[in-house]
Design a protein around this ligand. Structure first.
Ligand code: NAD
Length: 253
């Protein structure tokens, strides 16, 4: 049994994780942490310092705020932590690397199997098409999303950039007299509206032809299911940073 502390328990993703755990015999949520607690059927604390329950893994679907509190708790109590929140700053990413020396950390901006495959397809396309095709990424999310561009859009941009040995630079949106597009650009565009769960499109625009690789999430359950899979995978793992690639390799072995 994987015992889970759910950070961001009272949010939309927290609710999806709790509802999936109801039918899960291998994992359970022992308590939650949330800045704005409310009655959700498990104890919810405003601070990790107040937690009394024993656990194996933290699932974090909160925000990039107070990251060090979560990491410190995981380290001091020997727990793994699934960092599913997005919007981390370069300083946050450095902190995660530091804690990964002592703690098992699962980190991905997107917990769906489809986006993991999309990453591989985009990298292969970029390797074949090279500089002859301009890469533009368009992401669309609901009107409550706080960070832009999405963590997934950045992850896809980084994956494409691997095919160019990291030489491309990311351009977020365009405005005004920006001049002709430079070959070194990967454009990233964030659309916000309504209840869109998450759409990502990577467009390779060449001369007289366009290739588009896209993914559409139709419900948040797909991410909640991925987080629970990641928590089970992380239970008992040694220190380090893990991602979907490692999880899928283990599940397929
Ligand atoms: N990796 C993925 O696949 C994936 C998928 C969906 C959402 N997300 C990310 O998960 C996060 C949550 O998404 P959501 O749609 O549930 O948002 P939400 O706003 O509905 O919920 C966030 C919850 O976390 C709480 N919270 C915020 N900061 C906190 C902190 N420092 N400590 C404790 N609680 C805190 C809020 O009070 C809220 O209840 C976002 O960063 C989002 O981008 C990631």
């Amino acid at each position: 049994m994987t015992r889970i502390i759910l950070c961001g328990a009272c949010g939309k993703m927290g609710g999806n994780v709790l509802s999936l755990l109801e039918g899960d015999s291998e994992a359970t949520a022992v308590c939650g942490v949330d800045l704005y607690p409310r009655e959700i059927g498990i104890p919810v604390y405003t601070s990790f310092a107040d937690i009394k329950e024993e656990a194996d893994v933290i699932i974090d679907f909160s925000s990039s705020q107070n990251l060090s509190e979560r990491l410190e708790y995981a380290k001091n109590n020997g727990l793994g932590i699934v960092l599913a929140s997005t919007g981390f700053s370069p300083a946050d990413l450095a902190l995660i690397e530091e804690y990964a020396k002592t703690t098992a950390i699962f980190k991905t901006a997107n917990l769906s199997l489809g986006v993991n495959l999309m990453q591989a397809l985009c990298k292969a396309a970029a390797e074949v098409l090279g500089d002859a095709f301009d890469v533009e990424i368009i992401e669309k999310h609901h009107n409550l999303k706080k960070d832009a561009p999405s963590g997934t859009a950045l992850m896809l941009a980084e994956t494409v950039n691997e095919a160019f040995d990291g030489k491309k630079k990311f351009v977020n949106g365009r405005e005004g007299i920006v001049g002709a597009r430079e070959k070194s650009e990967i454009g990233i565009h964030a659309v916000r509206g309504g209840t869109i769960v998450g759409e990502h499109e990577v467009m390779f625009a060449g001369e007289d032809e366009i290739i588009t690789i896209s993914h559409s999430a139709r419900s948040k359950r797909v991410f909640a299911a991925g987080a629970i899979r990641a928590a089970k995978f992380l239970n008992g793992k040694g220190a380090g940073v893990y991602a979907m690639k490692e999880l899928l390799a283990e599940e397929q072995a």
